[in-house]
Design a protein around this ligand. Structure first.
Ligand code: BV8
Length: 237
């Protein structure tokens, strides 16, 4: 029985909640070219466009709910042991708050969060729910109009990489859910897990760039596959 589990999620787990994925035909990137919004250069060049892109997505969170896949992972987190009897870590690439709202606790957002703002003056990150494209002051240093989205853009270092690498090195099961395997370092996690001797499972709507790396791949909607997988894991407990 797997004891130490690392789960990676991507935009596909939020698709059935109505959150657009990045690379589908109607995807987010369709509306905006990647280099227009998700890089520090874009932010320097056109801060209003970038702020508005994230303000729109932050506001949209109020219209979506966690789906059966988010809730199933939260049930697994609540039931799965910790310490030397087992471990679980949910690493999400998603910047939405659906895992948080579903109740996952052992959770980290490696690419940041829409509901957080980062001060370009003092470096503090604080919870932020309103638009940034309006006059504001940093909750930490009080300077005016210094906040940016607390999002990891292309060319920036993802958050908590040490914690992620040590969890993968120690895991015996790595599960990837709803990600295309297009962006690194997240797309390389399955390789690290294989090198650690872990079992690797992909749950995705269709084959991804990483599928050949997984010891097992199941294809279908996360809202169906993830609860099924979680129920089987809970039955093993
Ligand atoms: C870094 C936040 C280093 C923004 C994101 C060449 C080779 C290797 C690497 C690079 C390279 N050139 C550049 C790089 C580095 C670059 C990179 O990987 N580029 C790619 C384009 C090649 N990476 C970086 O820059 C990263 N940082 O490398 O730092 C460094 C070292 C030292 C010092 C400084 C820095 C940082 C990348 C982070 C970018 N930010 N997100 C935002 O959200 O606005 S990336 C964004 O896209 C996501 O967070 C995610 O990570 C990524 C992929 O998206 P997915 O989540 O997979 O979504 P996608 O739409 O692609 O796929 C959805 C999947 O779901 C599909 O497979 C679909 O089939 C499936 N699906 C759909 N519906 C369902 C479903 N599955 C189940 N059920 C359903 N219903």
């Amino acid at each position: 029985m797997a004891r130490r589990i690392v789960i990676l999620t991507g935009a596909g787990i939020s698709a059935e909640s109505g959150v657009p994925t990045f690379r589908a035909a109607d995807g987010l990137w369709e509306g905006h070219r990647v280099e227009d919004v998700a890089t520090p250069q874009a932010f320097r060049r056109n801060p209003a466009l970038v702020q508005r892109f994230y303000d729109d997505r932050r506001a949209f969170l109020g219209q979506v709910q966690p789906n059966a896949a988010h809730h199933a992972l939260a049930r697994l987190d609540a039931a799965w042991p910790t310490g030397d009897r087992g471990e679980l870590l949910l690493v999400t690439q998603n910047v939405d708050d659906l895992h948080d709202r579903a109740g996952s606790r052992r959770l980290l957002h490696m690419h940041g969060e829409l509901l957080s703002a980062l001060c370009t003056a003092c470096g503090a990150a604080r919870r932020w729910e309103r638009p940034l494209l309006q006059p504001h002051s940093c909750p930490a240093c009080a300077r005016p109009d210094t906040l940016r989205p607390d999002i990891v853009w292309f060319g920036e270092m993802p958050y908590q990489m040490e914690r992620i690498t040590s969890a993968i090195a120690a895991c015996d099961l790595f599960v990837s859910i709803g990600t295309s395997g297009a962006v690194y370092p997240a797309a390389g996690f399955v390789q690290w897990a294989r090198e650690a001797g872990a079992e690797t499972l992909e749950l995705n709507l269709e084959p991804s760039a990483g599928t050949p790396m997984f010891s097992e791949a199941r294809h279908g909607p996360a809202g169906t596959l993830v609860p099924q997988w979680v129920e089987a894991m809970l039955a093993e407990l």
